[in-house]
Design a protein around this ligand. Structure first.
Ligand SMILES: [Zn+2]
Length: 71
């Protein structure tokens, strides 16, 4: 269990760091300012790129933050 916990903590830390950097640049951390998610190509399914649900598709940090507060 210990390695899993450590991985979780690291991922959270990485996300926080990225969030901070995106805050400075004013971009949505989830889509990195593109406003769209990346298409996911997997062996069994294909998920096309769509508007980023975290910021509503405009890619700005402000939109991301507002939507996060509501959730
Ligand atoms: Zn976004």
């Amino acid at each position: 269990m210990a390695p899993v916990e450590r991985t979780k903590g690291t991922r959270k830390l990485m996300y926080q760091r990225r969030t901070k950097r995106m805050e400075e640049t004013g971009r949505c951390p989830d889509c990195r300012g593109r406003g769209r998610t990346r298409a996911v190509i997997h062996e069994f399914y294909y998920e096309p790129a769509k508007d980023c649900s975290a910021c509503g598709g405009d890619g700005s940090y402000r939109s991301w933050q507002q939507r996060k507060k509501k959730a």
